[in-house]
Design a protein around this ligand. Structure first.
Ligand code: CA
Length: 222
């Protein structure tokens, strides 16, 4: 397993590298986002550990760039609670995060957990979908979908019961709860953008079915 570590403080990077290598990981260290993007072009990584506060493009933007071409699990290193809040609140799709100061052993343990979770056969795979419920991420045919909160909610609800028709009201209830935004159009609008994102990955497959007057279902599945 090859890990990409992007950390601009050499002292922190050294202890993390040491801990990763002592645990049998191959680890590559970059000081900046730019360096990391160059490294990722030349080789594939199984997971990235990204410092949020980098001197050039920043950990969040770097995460997006690194995931543009292929799926990559990411653990963030944060310096402040505010950063952790952003990871949890936004749709960055982090697999985990560790707040500084941290023990390198703990970080390595988290790396193991994330890798195990993603490679576990327990991850449900239905019609090319892999739902990582803990990480609030859905992969489709090997690519992590870049979904809004509502698109994610809709797809997760459909994935829970492949083949079953869910009415707009059921989907509304599951995904929007008691949010103010409501109406059948809301579900339809987000299904439309969700479909477009699925088509980007697999242009010929259209796994979401419309049942006129009833609702939606998801094809395939175990
Ligand atoms: Ca930093």
């Amino acid at each position: 397993m090859r890990i990409l570590l992007v950390e601009d403080e050499p002292a922190i990077a050294q202890v993390v590298l040491h801990a990763l290598r002592a645990d049998g990981f191959e680890a590559v260290h970059c000081l900046t986002g730019g360096e990391a993007l160059a490294a990722a072009r030349g080789q594939a990584f199984d997971l990235a550990v990204l410092d949020v506060g980098l001197p050039d493009i920043g950990g969040f933007a770097l995460c997006r760039e690194l995931r543009r071409e292929r799926d990559l699990p990411v653990i963030f290193l944060t310096a402040q609670d505010a950063e952790a809040d952003r990871i949890l609140g936004l749709e960055i799709g982090a697999d985990d995060y560790v707040t500084k100061p941290f023990s390198p052993r703990e970080l390595v343990a988290r790396v193991r957990v994330v890798l195990r979770r993603l490679h576990a056969p327990a991850a449900r795979e239905d019609g090319g979908f892999v739902h990582d419920a803990d990480g609030h991420r859905i992969r489709y045919r090997g690519r992590t979908l870049d979904l809004t909160r509502y698109e994610y909610g809709l797809l997760a609800a459909l994935l829970q019961r492949p083949g079953a028709v869910l009415s707009r009201a059921q989907l509304m209830d599951r995904v929007w709860g008691d949010a103010l935004e409501s109406g059948d159009r809301t579900v339809d609008t987000h299904i439309k953008t969700l479909r477009a994102k699925l088509r980007e990955v697999a242009p010929d497959a259209d796994p979401i079915r419309t049942h006129r007057g009833l609702g939606y279902s998801l094809d395939g599945g175990a």
